[in-house]
Design a protein around this ligand. Sequence first.
Ligand code: FES
Length: 122
Amino acid sequence: MLAQSGVNQIMAFEKICSLDDVWEGEMEVFETTDGVEVLILGLEGGRVKAFQAMCPHQDIALVEGSFKDGVLTCRAHLWQFDMESGKGLNPTDCHITEYPVQIEGEDVYVNVEGLEPARSHT
Ligand code: FES
């Protein structure tokens, strides 16, 4: 729970959306107060994960791709990512940055501090 976290941790996490905003199997982009776009995904079992919003290949919005069976496919050149880990499935020498998530009640908090979106020029 946030109330039991350290003060710095509380400040680093910020509310980005509600659980109601992202149902299982869905994804949506939200923005932090500092303008960082975050891709929020609803995974199996009601879990929520947060990743960088843009494809590491050529900066296409990942939300414009498809999300099925835990795999996100970019619409532009069909790169695929395992959305449990952010690791590239095709190609395998890439990944997307995952942001820590905390849930408090219905609120989804993310922490983007110190984390840069991954880029790849494969
Ligand atoms: S921009 Fe996403 S695969 Fe090329």
